[in-house]
Structures are given as C-alpha cells and as structure tokens.
Design a protein around this ligand. Structure first.
Ligand code: MN
Length: 130
C-alpha cells in the first residue's frame, strides 16, 4: 500500500517538530508549510490524503483556509483536522462549523495522536475499496 501523504500547515516550529517526528513514526509522507496560502496551493498540487490545519496562522487563519478547501471541488473530500489550542475555548465547534472533519487539541497528546490520524484516514476511505 502506498504511504499516505499528510499536509501539515503549522507556523509554530516546536509543534511542527513534534508532529513531524510522530508522523515519521507512523510512516507517513509529510508536506510541511507554515502559512495557509501556501498550504492551499500545496493541497491543489499534491492532493494529500489528510490535512492538519493549525487554526492560528499568520495571514489567513486556518478556519478561513478550511472554508476555501471545502468549496474547492478537487479538495473538498480531503479530511481537514484542525489543530486548536486548549486555551481557546469554543475552537472545536468553530472548526466544525468551518468544515473541519475533526480537531486535535494542543498541546498534542503524543500517545493518542497517531491513533487519531489513522482513524481520520480510515474514516475518509470508502469501505469497499481495499
Ligand atoms: Mn499557530
């Protein structure tokens, strides 16, 4: 089976480092960008299997970027998982309203992170296609 590609849009260097090391353990192919505009462009070029979207980004925020992705016929089927700060209450609901498939709270729980990623990937796969 081909390695799944995950596009990570995250401007915080430490978070990116942690996410990268976890996704590498999971055997995923990783595309990394630090802003939403480049992220959308990368998504259109590479059609990743899943997008991890930081909510707070310089320039366009992650929820606005998700709304654009959901309106793009080429991208709208891709699961988008919001990375929300635990301190920012209400971000879970807001990310779902914007069209996110789910959300992961920061600080990232290293024990459950890969399990959540694989669940979101399974969820996105049609069951009859193996
Ligand atoms: Mn951020």
């Amino acid at each position: 089976m081909k390695n799944k590609t995950i596009l990570v849009i995250e401007d915080n260097e430490l978070n990116m480092k942690l996410i990268r090391s976890l996704l590498q353990i999971g055997g995923y192919r990783i595309l990394e960008v630090i802003d939403a505009e480049t992220g959308i462009q990368m998504a259109r070029e590479h059609l990743p299997d899943l997008i991890l979207m930081d909510v707070q980004l310089p320039g366009m925020d992650g929820l606005s970027a998700t709304r654009i992705i959901r309106k793009d016929p080429k991208l709208q089927h891709i699961p988008v998982i919001a990375l929300t700060s635990y301190a920012m209450r209400g971000n879970g609901e807001k990310s779902q309203e914007a069209g996110c498939t789910g959300y992961i709270t920061k600080p990232i729980n290293t024990r459950s992170f890969l399990k959540m990623i694989s669940q979101y990937l399974d969820y996105a796969q049609p069951k009859d296609e193996s």
